[in-house]
Each structure stands twice: as C-alpha cells, then as structure tokens.
Design a protein around this ligand. Structure first.
Ligand code: FRU
Length: 473
C-alpha cells in the first residue's frame, strides 16, 4: 500500500486525531491543540495534543498538553474547548468527562492554566467550574467557546434536547470561574430541513464578528440519522450562520453548510485581530478495515480565513501564509476547451491549482490526482445549466476500502460568467474553494504512482482563461 499521509497537513503518526482545540496566538507563536487518542486509529478517551508554529505553515510537535488521569471531573477524557489569555495567564477551558454507569459521559466545564509557553498545564482546583447542563434532558453539553465581553467573559456551549433540537447555551461570568446561565443564544428544531438540517444536538459552537456580521459556526450531531460506512456516523457537517446577537439571542439572516465536502467537521476559530482563521477536522473516508490498515486517522484542514463582506455575505479562502509553500508554477493561457483538454505541465501529489474558466452554456471539469489512463481521478465539475459545483470522488481510488462519493452545491457565477477555483491537494486531502463562496473538503486515496495529473476539460462552448499549478513543499 502506498503511503497516503498528507505531507503538509497536521496528521498523527499513529492513533486517532479529531477536533482542533484551543487555537491561539500567544506572544507571536501560533498554537494548535487537537483531540487525540494514541491507542489506535479509532476514537477513544481523548487528550489534547499540541503543536506550535512561527509561520502558520510549519508545525513542531510539543508534549501532550492535557491527558485524562483517571481521577476528577476529566477522568475519562479531555474533550474539546478553547484557550484564552486571561490577563496574562493562558487558560484552557475544556470539556471534562467521566464515564457513567449507563455507557454515557458526564460533561462538565474545566480549566487548566499554563505559563506563556503553553507547555506545562495545571488543572484548576475549582474544577469543574460548570458541573453540567441545567436541563436534565440535555443530550450533550460540551465544547466551551469563550471570549472576552465587557469586564468579563461570555461562554457558548453546544447542547440539544429532544424533541426541540440543537441549541447553543449562553453563559456569562465576571471571571473564568463563576458562570451564570443566560439562556439559549440559538435553538432550532431538528425537524427543520430548509435551508439545511441541523439535527438533535450541536457541537463546537464558535462565534466571531466580521464587518458588522456575527458569524456563528457549529457542527451537527445526530445519532438517529447516521451516515453510511464512515465513522463516526453520528457526526454530520459544520454549518455557519450570519446574523446578529441582540440581547443574548442570535438573529439568523442566513444559514448554510460551512463546508460542502464529505470530510470536514468540528471547525474551530482562531480570532487574530480582525482575521477569523479556521481549522477543521478531516476524518478518514475509509471503512474500518481501511483505517486499521492505514494505522492512523484524521488530519486538520489547512488554515482558512472566514469573513463577511460589508453586505453580510460569507467568504472563505486559504490563509495567505500558505503561499509560502508554493514552488515555481506552470501556467496555461486562454484555450477553447471544445477543441480538447489541457494537461498542466506541473503535476504532483501536493499542488495548489488556480483555475479561471467560462463554462458558458456547458461544463468545465478539473481533474486532480489523475492518472493518464483514466483509472483514478478526483473530478471537480461546474455545470452552467444546473449552476452546480460538484466534487466527485467516486473514481478517486481503486482501493476497495475508500468510501468515495460525490458532493455538490449551488454556485452562481454572476455577470462575469467566470468560474474561479482554488484547489489545494495534499496526497489524500483535497480542499476546493469555489469563488471564495463554496468550500469542499474531501479525502481521496489514489493508489497509483501515476495519479498525479492535473487536467482541465470542457463540454459545450467552455473556455479556459487560466490554469496555474504550483508544486507545494
Ligand atoms: C466533536 C466532538 C466534540 C467532543 C469531542 C470528543 O467531534 O464530539 O463535541 O468534545 O469530539 O472527542
């Protein structure tokens, strides 16, 4: 079996990685923590693994920050949370869990503090600072997201209650140790499906303001509607709302999926000045046998930036720092795609692709990780008739354990009629940014050494304006 580990993304050597946690920049150093089970490529009592970076691109592994020790309110796992700078003291605010007799988990809010290196963590004697949900019927109560608010702090917690649906619980405190429940920032019925279904329970709520819009992101958990072979099957997708917080309630203007791919979940924010940097967790799109064979599971997406335009429209783009990975590009200029496809002079397992094309009344296809004989390819297509942008992974891999599948979303090209795609490819992860509006994260597992090609083709009167491919290293 080929080594299909992404080279430029954060992945574990072995074991299981899930949610990004505690993202912060302290004294100029970037810190990423993530949920990690060292025992095997399957979810298990998580600890917080830690990495640091000076440039947001190259990461150094650090010792484990916090691990369950079998005692106290986090005896059974250090689940997701955040890190804030509490008047000079970096403080992790996390979910502490203990296994319950009925196979569930207590879920509490705990704190740990460090000096400014973030390398040595001490649990707070006051733990837990919130002992659990106020509603005894809560399905879950986890993933505190905390930000400074006036003289004190605001905390959001993901929760949900049957039959109501998912909710974001809102707390306020003068300090990080004394919290008062303020009600629900947002709740939504699990039966609502338009514009998108949001399930019975919400995980990892994140909130930040951009250009006067309050952007609220969370992830949809529902074990009554499970997805195919992929594990964990009760985790669905992240959603994003635009709107405004007014008197402790979130008024929604728009609601949509944050990522339209099959393989992004639990995105977390790092608010750095006026930039919202987002990392997501990309699980493996593999059967259990495939994961066992691979021996490790999970990657963090590349950091991306999320913002609202002054008129409240959402945009996403790869973080500008990633340009440091680019080598010498190959560019192809205007081509009538009706006369045949274009194969980039630059190919590879790790590339950035920029494509500008006018599908007119036809279709444009961009294949990445494509072998010359058409046996493997990941195909990104735009269809002008249906306004649909699709990422088709059904022929991405000849490995029987790869799940594959096709994801799609609607994208209007506007008056210019131009499709602009930025695609980041790193061995087994493909991140697609379509017009900064539609984003897809998908895992693909090309098995052939020759599956490195980048090919643009068209149907109908489609025109290529530009294809630029950079090798990434
Ligand atoms: C999301 C999640 C979080 C929880 C963590 C446990 O993937 O379920 O809600 O804190 O993973 O690993």
């Amino acid at each position: 079996m080929r080594d299909l580990r992404p080279r430029l993304h954060i992945t574990p050597c072995s074991g299981w990685l899930n949610d990004p946690n505690g993202l912060c920049r302290i004294d100029g150093t970037w810190h990423v923590f993530h949920q990690f089970n060292p025992v095997g490529p399957t979810w298990g009592p998580p600890r917080w693994a830690h990495l640091t970076s000076q440039d947001l691109v190259h990461w150094t592994e650090q010792p484990t920050a916090l691990a369950p020790e079998g005692v106290g309110p986090d005896a059974g796992g250090i689940w997701s949370g955040c890190v804030v700078d509490d008047h000079g003291t970096p403080t992790a605010v996390y979910t502490g869990v203990e296994a319950t007799a009925d196979g569930g988990w207590t879920q509490t809010v705990c704190l740990a503090t460090s000096d400014r290196s973030l390398l040595t963590w001490t649990r707070d004697p006051a733990n837990p600072v919130i002992a659990g949900p106020l509603d005894p019927a809560a399905i879950g109560f986890r993933d505190p997201w905390v930000f400074p608010d006036g003289d004190g702090w605001t905390m959001l917690i993901g929760t949900g209650v049957d039959p109501d649906g998912g909710k974001v619980a809102l707390f306020h405190g003068p300090d990080l140790r004394s919290w008062t429940f303020q009600g629900y920032l947002l709740e939504r019925a699990a039966t609502e499906t338009e514009p998108t279904w949001t399930g019975r329970m919400w995980e990892c709520p994140q909130l930040a303001r951009s250009n006067g819009t309050d952007i609220l992101v969370w992830s949809v958990w529902d074990d009554q509607r499970q997805v195919g072979q992929r594990v964990p099957a009760e985790l669905h997708y992240p959603v994003v709302a635009t709107g405004r917080v007014v008197d402790g309630a979130y008024r929604v203007d728009t609601l949509q999926r944050l990522d339209h791919g099959a393989d992004c979940y639990a995105p977390a924010f790092l608010v750095d000045g006026d930039r919202i940097i987002v990392w997501g967790w990309s699980w493996e799109s593999l059967t259990e046998a495939g994961r066992t064979e691979q021996g490790w599971a999970g990657a963090l997406t590349f950091p991306r930036v999320l913002w609202a335009t002054p008129d409240g429209e959402l945009r996403q783009a790869p973080a500008a720092e990633l340009r440091a990975l680019r080598g010498v590009p190959a560019t192809h200029g205007p081509t009538d795609l009706g006369a045949g496809g274009v194969r980039s002079a630059c190919d590879g397992q790790a590339v950035e692709v920029f494509l500008r094309a006018r599908p007119r009344d036809g279709r444009v296809h961009l294949d990445v990780l494509a072998d010359p004989d058409g046996r493997e390819r990941t195909r990104i297509s735009y269809d002008a008739a249906t306004h649909e942008l699709a990422v088709d992974c059904s022929r991405a891999s000849r490995w029987s354990e790869a799940i594959g599948g096709r994801q799609a979303g609607r994208l209007d090209l506007g008056a210019s009629g131009a499709l602009e795609l930025t695609v980041l490819v790193d061995v087994s992860i493909v991140e697609v940014f379509a017009g900064q509006r539609l984003v897809f994260t998908d895992r693909v597992y090309p098995t052939l050494e020759a599956s490195t090609g980048i090919v643009v083709s068209g149907e109908g009167a489609a025109l290529l304006d530009e294809l630029t491919v950079w090798p990434l290293d």
